[in-house]
Design a protein around this ligand. Structure first.
Ligand code: AMP
Length: 284
């Protein structure tokens, strides 16, 4: 497995790569969720490149940029074990050269709601780094997790509008046995908070149960999701049902009228802010 830390080295390896390149962009601290993306990338491309970069522009000043886990040696072992061909590990100066003026990339309509309300700088930072990675790595395919549902929607939209010739593959969320979505931030959950964190997936399951049982009022479902989260001591940022593609609000839960529906939740659990979501597939 090659490792490139600057663009020149990356481009040298890139020019020698065989066939389609499939990219898995990550911030490192790899877990089984990331590995599932790597597996999918191996199915879709001939050469798999993983990027490891904790992107400062998607963190607000009060967020956890400095304490975000960076277990580089372990991440390398994980990538080797799963057949990754190349790692791109740029420094902040490689990604954002100090003498270059900033360019803005964003999909405001999708990026201002939900996560965007709580983290206004987040999606502009994500779009910018992903656009840069696409131009540097030049993949034919890029794999993203549905765990970050809104991020996936924003990136698909950016790729469409900016005409990147890249297929964006959305990959299912990997969960622990009890339902907690895998996340690099889960390592900060002590036993009690780990139990509280189940409030998110339980709220989503409850939403699904209600909709399958015929509930048609989105407000009722949203209130129940919120109650489940509060009962688990989660400080709720949001617990909502939305159109799966536009992330717009719903008047009524009726698949004939509304199309696909997704439930999205976010909240603070002890020291960690967690997000999760579930597509209400039975309603399609
Ligand atoms: P991150 O390192 O958190 O930026 O995540 C890198 C990629 O892995 C993103 O596309 C995430 O959506 C995806 N990802 C994170 N957690 C999971 C999970 N539990 N299951 C599947 N994909 C995930």
């Amino acid at each position: 497995m090659w490792i490139a830390k600057d663009i020149e080295t990356l481009r040298k390896y890139r020019s020698e790569a065989k066939g389609y390149v499939a990219l898995v962009p990550t911030m490192g601290a790899l877990h089984a969720g990331h590995v599932s993306l790597i597996r999918r990338a191996r199915e879709l491309g001939h050469t798999v490149v993983v990027s490891l970069f904790v992107n400062p522009t998607q963190f607000a000043p009060h967020e956890d940029l400095n304490k975000y886990p960076r277990p580089f040696a372990k991440d390398c072992e994980t990538c080797i074990a799963h057949g990754v061909d190349g790692l791109f590990v740029p420094t902040v100066d490689v990604m954002y050269p100090p003498d270059v003026l900033d360019c803005e990339v964003n999909v405001p309509e999708l990026a201002k709601v939900l996560e965007g309300e709580f983290r206004p700088a987040h999606f502009p930072g994500v779009c910018r780094v992903v656009a840069k990675l696409f131009n540097m790595v030049e993949p034919k395919v890029a794999c993203f997790g549905m765990k970050d549902y809104q991020q996936l929607a924003v990136i698909k939209s950016m790729v469409q509008d900016l005409a990147f010739d890249i297929h964006i593959e959305g990959c299912p969320t990997l969960r622990q046995e009890d339902g907690l979505a895998m996340s690099s931030r889960n390592v900060y959950l002590q036993a009690e908070h780990r139990r509280h964190a189940l409030g998110l997936s339980k709220a989503l399951n409850e939403a699904k149960r209600l909709i399958d049982a015929g509930e048609t009022d989105p407000l009722v479902v949203e209130q129940v999701m919120q109650q489940v989260m509060i009962a688990h001591h989660v400080i709720v940022d949001y617990a909502v049902l939305r159109h799966a593609h536009t992330l717009g609000e719903l008047d009524i839960i009726n698949p004939q009228l509304t199309g696909d529906i997704v439930a999205l939740v976010a909240g603070q659990v002890g020291p960690v802010r967690l997000i999760d979501n579930k597509v209400m597939a039975q309603t399609l």
